[in-house]
Design a protein around this ligand. Structure first.
Ligand code: ZN
Ligand code: FE
Length: 260
């Protein structure tokens, strides 16, 4: 199946995702960091925008909301907890709610996945095997803990890790190469990391996105999904962390990534 998602690079290393409706002509816009690149893409192809989906309130994910809303009169879906933080929010959502912009004809669920922010959500399209994870799960990485605890983030990532391995992961940033270089230090003996790093570097040299990843690849390469693996626990133990405590291992790796 051809991917129903295109990624538009924006700002320095953000991606705006456009998810095509089943008609192939209309789109929802996920995390428009800025309006202009999205509008240009939409106008050049004569597309019909249906809605904006925001994973969280950070400016590099909602910066284009107002202008897009003024241009196209769009509904905006995001966490109800971000009512006062997402510009133009029209559809405050709770965990388990469905996003149903008219014309999309795809079923998308909202999952609360706090940790990066206290009100961060994912948009999960189970039938289409698509995950929009914002700044919670990156290819080979995870978001910084701005408003949440390590325990919260670990719980959120564990929830995403339950998705089928064939699920395609779209996230907010192109951080894959740096994340894999860090992953290699955490797990020097993991050949899947080596292989994926080489491929990611080649893609970046061509100016291509490294996304989507898949949940299967993430389970094999992402240190933040692998805190139960003996090699990762061993690395944490060497830093004086209790290797039997998965949240402690997670917290240590996350703090180490901040210094990397
Ligand atoms: Zn963010
Ligand atoms: Fe971001």
């Amino acid at each position: 199946m051809e991917s129903p998602v295109v990624l538009i690079p924006a700002l320095r290393d953000n991606y705006i995702a456009l998810l095509y409706a089943t008609d192939g002509r209309s789109v929802v816009i996920v995390d428009p960091s800025e309006a202009e690149p999205a509008i240009r893409y939409i106008e050049n192809r004569g597309l019909q925008p249906l809605a904006i989906l925001n994973t969280h309130h950070h400016p590099d994910h909602v910066g284009g909301n107002r202008e897009l809303q003024q241009t196209y009169d769009l509904p905006v879906y995001g966490s109800a907890e971000d009512r006062d933080r997402i510009p133009g929010l029209t559809h405050p959502m709770y965990d388990g709610d469905t996003v149903t912009p008219a014309g999309l004809n795809r079923r998308g669920l909202v999952w609360d996945i706090p940790g990066h922010t206290r009100s961060h959500v994912a948009f999960v399209f189970l039938d289409d095997e698509l995950l929009f994870a914002g700044d919670t799960l990156f290819a080979a990485g995870c978001g910084r803990l701005f408003e949440g605890s390590a325990k919260q983030m670990h719980t959120s990532l564990s929830r995403l890790a339950e998705l089928p391995e064939s699920t395609r992961l779209f996230c907010g940033h192109e951080y894959t190469v740096k994340n894999l270089r860090f992953a290699r230090v955490v797990e020097p003996e993991n050949p899947d990391i080596e292989y994926k790093l080489a491929r990611a570097e080649a893609l970046r040299e061509e100016g291509e996105p490294t996304l989507p990843s898949t949940m299967g690849e993430e389970l094999r390469t992402n240190p933040f999904l692998r805190v139960g693996e003996p090699a990762v626990r061993e690395t944490a133990r060497a830093q004086g962390v209790n290797g039997d405590d998965m949240v402690a291992v997670f917290a240590a790796i996350r703090a180490w990534r901040d210094r990397f």
